[in-house]
Write a protein that binds this ligand. Structure first.
Ligand code: ADP
Length: 491
């Protein structure tokens, strides 16, 4: 097997920085690729938020200067190398751009940093310049989401005649098409490209704005998303295509979907170091004990015969919180308890707190980001609710399967591809899947499940079907290697 030189670029990578599923993927997939014997370099920004202890072994490799539209900026390159693998994590450092208390947003204004265009132009140009300095010629540059969109774009524009990259191909993975990297048209000059490239319906222009994701869809050698269904949905649905379905359809032949995997070292109930009691599909007593501990910790009464519904999510429209709001009163009338962990839009914070105040014995709302609690909830809950409007892949439904927490999901994107609709009487399936984005359908799915909670044998059969599923990264990583090879040989 020919070893590939793979450069994987991402704006967030576990354990260094995370706001969502992209970080989980970026912390795991490249490592699995290195384990398969490839040379892998991961690039991410050196944020001020990264825990200092994680960087204590970082080696400062070089200092260089990147020309930006407002003058030269210094780039410091740091690296952490793995002792056992051809696997390096590189950090693009510049305190002015990245030494801030948040990844993308200004806490003072609650809005995106106004110079996010400069920050990620610097990041992408920085990577390409640094590669030459460290003499790493990638066979594949794998870019992820809009923050790295300029990698495939620059390769086909600014660096198109650069011999160093003559053999380098690019892949652009869309983890969420809704975040496109939109900036005022005047930001285009900051890219330092020929002005003629910015024209109505061209690779960069989007309703009089600059759209970085659009440019990557135009220029990348191949494009993929994180599930097969989402790959189809973004080409066929006006809503999910988010204005880019035309560009995606033009590239139809080059668009595909590969489902994300799970890091089962972190997310499996028999190994999980964060949960109070471990368990497995053959011994579930730790799940019951974890529920008792969780209820104590969060201050809900423990009611053994009542199912606990969990939600862990960004509180965003995407995640189906308007359905939960519509059905909120009806859900609270059911014989259930519920725990919701998440942060996000203010409107949902306020409404959830009000609902909790009315139903203090039934509902606990935790408005924060807390990884340990996320593990505890997966371990303790009986049902996991994920009624997304759209879901490129989704990770929590996969974690839920492993933890015997029966997922109730909407049939969209990765949820449709990973959860098989269950019939408790015949014992098939892994969760409940409702079709339309409709609160009544969601409520009906919850109501269908509830009576089976006391029919332990039937409930456990569906739990076990899910616990036995294997969504580890190896199968998905093989698919990425196939995609890389296809891209390299595509001339
Ligand atoms: P997305 O990337 O769209 O937010 P995913 O389901 O792909 O959704 O991934 C979300 C990841 O973030 C999961 O690992 C989930 O456990 C985690 N997560 C989301 N909200 C929280 C929270 N409030 N506290 C802890 N972890 C969270």
């Amino acid at each position: 097997m020919k070893k590939l030189n793979i450069l994987f670029a991402s704006s967030e990578v576990v354990p260094f920085a995370k706001t969502g599923g992209l970080a989980d993927v970026s912390g795991m997939l490249p490592r699995v690729l290195a384990n398969m014997g490839h040379f892998v370099k991961v690039f991410m920004p050196k944020y001020g938020t990264i825990d200092k202890s994680l960087l204590k072994n970082a080696h400062k490799d070089l200092v260089t200067v990147i020309p930006m539209s407002d003058g030269p900026r210094t780039l410091e390159l740091y690296r952490i190398s793995d002792n056992n693998l051809d696997y390096d994590t590189h950090f693009i450092g510049n305190d002015f751009y990245f030494g801030r208390p948040e990844l993308y947003r200004d806490t003072k204004t609650g809005k995106d940093f106004v110079d996010n265009d400069d920050r990620f132009i610097f990041f992408c140009r920085g990577i390409l310049e640094v590669l030459k300095k460290i003499d790493f010629v990638p066979d594949i540059i794998h870019a992820n989401d809009w923050q790295t969109a300029l990698l495939p774009t620059f390769l086909k524009t600014k660096y198109v005649d650069d011999k160093f990259f003559a053999q380098t191909k690019s892949i652009f993975t869309i983890h969420n098409l809704a975040y496109q990297g939109l900036f005022p048209a005047k930001s285009f000059v900051k890219l330092g490209l020929d002005k003629k490239l910015f024209y109505a319906t061209g690779p960069f222009e989007f309703w009089d704005k600059l759209n970085l994701m659009k440019s990557a869809i135009h220029y990348a050698d191949k494009i993929n998303t994180v599930s097969e269904t989402y790959a189809k949905e973004i080409q066929s649905s006006e809503e999910l295509g988010a204005g880019l379905q035309g560009v995606l359809t033009e590239r139809k032949k080059d668009v595909s979907g590969i489902i994300n995997g799970v890091d089962y070292q972190e997310w499996s109930p028999s190994k999980d170091k964060l949960i109070p009691h471990k368990f497995s599909s053959v011994n579930l007593s730790g799940k019951r004990m974890s529920k008792i501990e969780l209820m104590k910790r969060i201050g809900l009464p423990d009611r053994e015969h009542i199912p606990l519904i969990g939600m862990i999510s960004r509180l965003a429209d995407q995640k189906g919180f308007d359905l939960v709001r519509e059905a909120g009163k009806n859900i609270m009338q059911l014989d259930i308890q519920m725990i919701i962990l998440g942060t996000g839009e203010e409107k949902y914070h306020k409404w959830l707190v009000r609902l909790q105040d009315k139903h203090p014995d039934k509902l606990k709302v935790l408005l924060k980001y807390d990884n340990e609690l996320a593990h505890w909830i997966e371990a303790a809950a009986d049902i996991f609710l994920m009624p997304s409007r759209y879901e490129p892949c989704g990770l929590n439904q996969l974690y839920s399967l492993k933890y015997g927490t029966i997922p109730i999901v909407r049939k969209t994107g990765g949820l449709a591809d990973t959860i098989e609709n269950a019939d408790f009487d015949t014992g098939i399936g892994t969760g409940l899947v409702f079709e339309d984005y409709d609160s009544k359908e969601m409520l009906a799915a919850i109501k269908y499940a509830l009576p089976y909670y006391m029919k332990k044998r039937k409930w456990r059969k569906i739990m076990k079907n899910g616990m036995e599923k294997d969504y580890s990264w190896s199968a998905s990583a093989e698919k990425y290697i196939e995609l890389y090879k296809k891209t390299i040989s595509s001339g």
